[in-house]
Design a protein around this ligand. Sequence first.
Ligand code: DQA
Length: 140
Amino acid sequence: MKILIVNGPNLNLLGLREPSIYGDTSFEGYLENVLRPWSDGRCTLDYYQSNVEGELINALHGAIGQYDGIVINAGAYTHTSVALADAIKAIGLPVVEVHISNVCKREEFRHTSYLTPVCVGAIMGFGMDSYRLGVEALLK
Ligand code: DQA
C-alpha cells in the first residue's frame, strides 16, 4: 500500500513551534526515526508539506492513481478551507484527517473542521503518534 502524508501550514516548524502543544520533534525527525521504521514492510510512505493552500490541493490531485490513501494534517486550513474539502471529495481516495493536538479541547474556532465530513475518519490529540494511528487506520 502506498500512502501520502500531507502537512499544511506551519507544520514545517514542528519542533520549534509552540513545543508545549506540538512537541519538540521536527516532522522529518519523527518520519525517519519513528514512522518509517514502524511502517517498514507494511506500506510505502511519501511526505509532502506546503504552507500554500493551492499547492496542497495540487498535491491531492497528484495523488490520483499514485497512492492508495492519504493522511492529512491541514493545520489551520482544516478550519477554513472549502477548497481543500472539495479536493478531498474530488479525488476519490480514502483520506484520514489527523491533528497532533486535541482541537476540540482548544479555542472554539478550532472545533470546526471542513475536512471531517469528507474524510473516512479523524484522529486527534495523540501528539505525533496521531500520524502513525492515521496510517494504521488506512492499513486496516
Ligand atoms: C493542528 C491543529 C490546528 O488547529 C492548527 O492550526 C495547526 C495544527 C494540530 O495538528 O494539532 O496548525 O492541525
